[in-house]
Design a protein around this ligand. Structure first.
Ligand code: SF4
Length: 89
């Protein structure tokens, strides 16, 4: 069974509510970096008109981003299964 490899996930950052603590960057520097405005960014992810960012990620990047989300003290990092819409965190 390697269907899990095909699964896509949506990583979302509620940037307007980010407090810029940098925990996500410490946990997952592959996907997270601090921005000059004092908040973090999902690296190479577009900024939506509502101020959030979103990025489609693969299964292999799920665990590291789940850890970043769990490290966030204000819970502004979200993950969902793109196919089913199931909220992971
Ligand atoms: S851990 Fe959360 S609050 Fe801290 S910089 Fe990252 S997204 Fe922002």
């Amino acid at each position: 069974m390697n269907t899990a490899r095909m699964t896509k996930y949506l990583l979302e950052h509620d940037r307007p509510n980010c407090i810029g603590c940098a925990a996500c960057v410490a946990v997952n520097p592959k996907h997270w970096a601090m921005n000059d405005d004092g908040m973090s960014d999902i690296i190479n992810a577009p900024h939506r008109p509502d101020g959030w960012q979103e990025l489609e990620i693969d299964e292999e990047d799920l665990e590291a981003n789940k850890e970043a989300a769990q490290a966030c003290p204000v819970n502004v990092i979200h993950l969902k299964n793109k196919g089913t819409g199931e909220k992971i965190i």
